[in-house]
Design a protein around this ligand. Structure first.
Ligand SMILES: C[S@@+](CC[C@H](N)C(=O)[O-])C[C@H]1O[C@@H](n2cnc3c(N)ncnc32)[C@H](O)[C@@H]1O
Length: 383
């Protein structure tokens, strides 16, 4: 694996320009896929630091381990709802560098020993560079046979028994999307050293997506049609066939109702060194490109494929629902000094408060074949 192209080697820009020269202007989703996942050159494929202070953006596990600890508490409850099976596969989609998995496994071993011994943690990460980081971060858990790393959900499912919990944090926002502008579906061309947009009539699949789950762009607007997210929901739902368990997806996103109310149009955002921009054509491979997640579409496709919708709540409602009974003991157990506790309180507030990540992020919960399940704590505050 190479850190960056050497002088004389084609850059990602050259590679995209070459594809456009060969095939003509490409769909935005293909441009986004090349920018993020092209082997060796894409943003997530390159050997670089994407996450945390030294990288480009924070996710919840960078804020504090309490995020993973509260989720461990929720997973343990799900496991009990499944009648405490001797083995449950916990499958994480797009785990990045593995902080969440580490927090869940460490906390479960300490707080929930019965659950902990039954967990087989399966990580699904497409980036080879990040799979190496995962192996380093989770070495003790891999060595004791609790944890394995895979490059596709199908490979991971080969190791799962009849009980599964599938989890993803900020996985769907990193999937390539189609962009539908008021002038048509975006095609990316390359002229005089610059990426340029042209437009074609939206495909039947794009129009159907907007008809069913979103809105069509009005004059001077654009929206996304995340078609790939639908096929991912189909892959996830097929993993549940003949199995029982839960699905928990956390991401920033919206419902169709929110879009109808005029919000969440043109949600493509790029992140580089903790600065946000809305220009995906700058510095391909050097910046993260994301789109908000359409939760209406994810839930509907999950239901169409046989999953049961349990609820959609804000991250704030979800974490308070899990943590309030123990007064967030998961956050405060290891810091005894007043200044340590004050720092943790601020980090927890950031995860929960609407001004922080609490209202921007939402949690979609679904299940399959779990008979008479009690409402999960994370859904206690559902409206
Ligand atoms: C925004 S990051 C989130 C990382 C982590 N979940 C977190 O919260 O810090 C998205 C992750 O999804 C991974 N990813 C994207 N597409 C994938 C795919 N098709 N299969 C597996 N992982 C994928 C990326 O490589 C990246 O690690």
């Amino acid at each position: 694996m190479k850190p960056a192209p050497e002088a004389g080697e084609p850059s990602l820009r050259d590679r995209i320009a070459h594809e456009i020269a060969r095939a003509g202007p490409i769909p935005f989703s293909r441009y986004m896929e090349l920018c993020l996942y092209e082997p060796e050159l894409g943003y997530y494929s390159r050997a670089r630091e994407q996450f945390g202070k030294a990288g480009d953006f924070y996710t919840s596990s960078d804020v504090h381990a309490v995020f993973g600890r509260l989720l461990a508490r929720q997973f343990e409850e799900m496991w009990r709802e499944m009648n405490s099976p001797a083995c449950v596969a916990l499958i994480e989609l797009g785990p990045g560098r593995g902080l969440f998995a580490r927090d869940v496994l460490d906390w479960s071993a300490k707080q929930f020993p019965d659950f902990s011994v039954s967990v087989h943690y399966l990580l699904v990460e497409q980036s080879e560079h990040l799979r190496e980081k995962l192996r380093a971060c989770l070495r003790p858990h891999i060595d004791d046979g609790r944890c394995e790393v895979f490059d596709s959900p199908e490979a991971a499912m080969g190791q799962a028994g009849g009980n599964i919990i599938v989890f993803g944090n900020e996985f769907f926002d990193a999937l390539p999307v189609e962009v539908i502008d008021h002038r048509g579906s975006v095609r990316v061309g390359y002229e005089n050293g610059r990426f340029v947009e042209t437009f074609v009539a939206p495909s039947a699949a794009e129009n159907e997506f907007l008809d069913r789950y979103g809105v069509h762009p009005e004059d001077r607007e654009r929206v996304e049609a995340p078609l790939l997210s639908l096929s991912w929901m189909e892959r996830i739902a097929s993993a549940f066939r003949d199995r029982c368990g839960f699905l928990a997806l956390i991401d920033y996103g919206y419902t169709r109702e929110e879009q109808l109310a005029g919000r969440h149009r043109d949600t493509i955002m790029c992140y580089r060194r903790h600065t946000a921009s809305s220009s995906p054509y700058e510095a391909p491979g050097e910046q993260d490109i994301t789109a908000h997640v359409n939760f209406t579409a994810l839930q509907a496709r999950g239901v169409d494929c046989g999953l049961e919708a349990l609820g959609l709540v804000t991250q704030s409602q979800f974490l308070i629902g899990i943590g309030e009974e123990t007064e967030f003991a998961d956050a405060f157990q290891d810091g005894q000094l007043p200044q340590e506790r004050a720092k943790v309180a601020l980090q927890l507030k950031h995860l929960i408060s609407p001004a922080g990540m609490g209202d921007t992020f939402q949690v979609l919960l679904m299940s399959h074949n779990v008979a008479n399940a009690k409402p999960l704590s994370g859904l206690k505050l559902a409206r």
